[in-house]
Design a protein around this ligand. Structure first.
Ligand SMILES: *Cc1c(COP(=O)(O)O)cnc(C)c1O
Length: 222
């Protein structure tokens, strides 16, 4: 297996034109392949498992911006708090409080996205509309000084039906716009993370500012 260099360059070109950021999802992929992509200029990488991420971060260049995109348990936050660039999967106040606590210990701020449930499948994590509203309200009135909510993240249904995917992304974009407006003027609420290998083109059309691509770059995961 090796990186699909041509495809990488093609995607980077597409995204640059649309002002969208690429997170290369490297879960279950070896250090050598991440390094290969790094050498081509890629700096943002996404991982799903805490232990795997910690091991890779130790070995790889320190200027990599690591994104956590898997399910995150509160008791594991401490392992990634010293270096994580963006935690994309926050779905409770408890998790936010834990991130805040660990950020404080490490004398830094940690940027987060709230994960919103947009797919019809039951297996996906995230907040529904009501829970999102409650969490934003609580956060805005809380004194969590060391976490910043930079936007929203969501995963669309895994389906060939482009119409379904489009509508799910549209819903997420409208929620994003709503909170972006609420949190002005010095809004840091600027990141809308949506789109994966199968649906990133639709996501870009629907206003994504960050896509997370794994298998298109690294090949499929066994
Ligand atoms: C694995 C994963 C991706 C990448 O999926 P691909 O289909 O390989 O592009 C993106 N986002 C999340 C949250 C993931 O878990």
């Amino acid at each position: 297996m090796a990186i699909d260099v041509e495809r990488y360059q093609q995607i980077v070109k597409e995204l640059t034109a649309m002002n969208t950021k690429l997170v290369a999802v490297s879960k279950m992929k070896p250090i050598e392949e991440i390094q290969e992509l790094y050498d081509l200029g890629q700096r943002d990488f996404g991982e799903n498992y805490v232990q795997e991420l910690v091991e890779k971060a130790e070995e790889l260049p320190k200027d990599i911006r690591w994104h956590f995109i898997g399910h995150l348990q509160s008791n594991k936050v401490k392992y990634i708090a010293p270096f994580i660039h963006l935690i994309q999967v926050v779905d409770s106040l408890k998790l936010l409080q834990e991130i805040n606590k660990e950020a404080l210990k490490n004398k830094r701020n940690i940027d987060c996205l709230l994960q919103v449930y947009i797919a019809r499948e039951e297996t996906k994590f995230g907040l529904d509309e009501k829970e999102l509203n409650e969490l934003m309200t609580k956060f805005l009135s809380s004194a969590l000084q060391n976490v910043r909510i930079k936007g929203l993240m969501g995963m669309a249904s895994f389906t060939e039906n482009a119409e379904v995917v489009k509508n799910e992304f549209r819903f997420l974009k409208s929620a994003f716009d709503k909170y972006a407006a609420l949190t002005t003027p010095d809004s840091q609420f600027t990141t809308l993370s949506m789109g994966m290998s199968a649906d990133y083109k639709i996501a870009i059309e629907e206003g994504s500012t960050m896509i997370r691509i794994g298998s298109l770059l690294f090949g499929s995961r066994s």
